[in-house]
Design a protein around this ligand. Structure first.
Ligand code: ADP
Ligand code: MG
Length: 355
């Protein structure tokens, strides 16, 4: 049998079946991070995510600074998705020996900038030769036992909420891969604001979606507020697209969901780039992925309080986009005209061909 026949998740299930799992494992494989009982009221969260050249990034489409930053950001996002606080990280790199040392310097500068910002300490890693560039980051975080938000806590009647907006990262990727994205790897974070050339309205939109793709910001403080406020029942970060993530929550919680298409927040930059490229922004929001926003469910009475608390503490917008339903109803998307579409997981899956 070929791996492509079972896909990424089928492979994970198959190879991890029967592995030893002792009493300290509160939550093992299957959530954004594992949850481990160490001692006392805090639990340890650990997550690992790898970025591979050719599979996750192309060297001429992302600066090494952005690559390092993103490798850490996607892992911080997984800790955030549990309601936790990231504390420590380890980095394994595979580098071709022909690579300039300065390339690796820049990868680490990107990681260190983000690590300083969130006060996450680099505590180890591994360095090997490899034909292609690989950056593999492990992050350890902590969370109070009673504040951890799993994928499995959603119940029928809960509302479905999302932070920020969706589809911008896919818009950025599309732009990078289109003929118009030939000069990217523009390192927007390093631009000297004072001396920058004036940019037009549309260029600013392009910059914004490129930044969403190349320099995602993990929603750490937003997640802490959501976890601390109470009222939230489950949470996941959007790495593979809304469709895929809502299906993960529904599978683990044994529930269904109904999402309203016209409630899905898509920002004006994404809409403008979609218009210009002749693409469907809703499709990006549903299946694009890499937005690293938080998708979470909330008891109906707590919705307004959580939206307000997140906005007041972080300035980030939170939008209610649907409702958790009984499992028999499945996962569906309701269009403004009333047409109901089944939402089957079609987000990114390694080993499965994408059209
Ligand atoms: P995420 O999208 O949040 O990064 P993944 O889809 O990569 O999560 O992984 C799903 C679950 O499977 C996680 O609990 C992860 O730790 C686990 N997992 C993934 N690959 C492996 C592997 N090769 N061996 C053991 N566990 C794995
Ligand atoms: Mg995740």
């Amino acid at each position: 049998m070929q791996i492509s026949e079972i896909g990424e998740f089928g492979l994970i299930k198959r190879v991890t079946l029967g592995a030893f799992s002792g009493p300290g494992v509160v939550e093992g494989i299957g959530d954004d991070t594992c949850v481990l009982d160490v001692d006392g009221s805090l639990q340890l969260l650990v997550t690992i995510d790898m970025l591979v050249e050719g599979s996750h990034f192309l060297r001429d489409k992302i600066t090494p600074y952005q690559l390092g930053r993103k490798a850490l950001a996607v892992n911080l996002s997984d800790i955030a998705a549990m309601g936790g606080q990231p504390k420590f990280f380890l980095v394994s790199i595979g580098v071709p020996s022909s690579s300039p040392v300065e390339y690796v310097d820049e990868v680490y500068r990107g990681m260190k900038d983000l690590a300083n910002r969130w006060e996450v300490s680099l505590v180890g890693g591994d360095t090997v030769h490899s034909e292609i560039m690989v950056v593999d980051v492990t992050v350890l975080g902590l969370a109070a036992k009673d504040e951890i938000l799993l994928r499995s806590g959603a119940r029928p009647g809960d509302m479905i909420l999302v932070t920020g907006h969706l589809g911008a990262s896919a818009a950025g990727l599309e732009l990078l891969l289109s003929s118009r994205g030939k000069d990217p790897g523009r390192d927007t974070s390093c631009r000297d604001a004072g001396s920058a050339n004036p940019v037009s309205g549309y260029e600013r939109y392009e910059e914004r979606v490129l930044q969403a793709h190349l320099e995602p910001d993990p929603r750490i403080p937003e997640a802490r507020v959501i976890a601390r406020t109470g009222g939230a029942t489950s949470m996941i970060d959007i790495s593979d697209g809304l469709t895929s993530e809502i299906n993960h929550i529904c599978e683990r919680s044994r529930v269904g969901a109904r999402i309203l298409a016209d409630r899905i927040p898509i920002d004006e930059a994404t809409l403008a780039v979609a218009r210009s490229l002749g693409k469907d922004p809703l499709c990006w929001a549903l299946n694009g992925g890499e937005d690293y926003e938080l998708l979470f469910t909330v008891r109906p009475g707590a919705v307004d309080g959580i939206i307000k608390a997140v906005r007041e503490a972080t300035g980030t917008q939170v939008t209610a986009i649907g409702e958790i339903r009984p499992q028999e109803e499945g996962v569906s998307l309701v269009h403004p005209g009333g047409e109901v579409q089944r939402l089957e997981a079609r987000g990114f899956n390694h080993f499965i061909a994408h059209s």
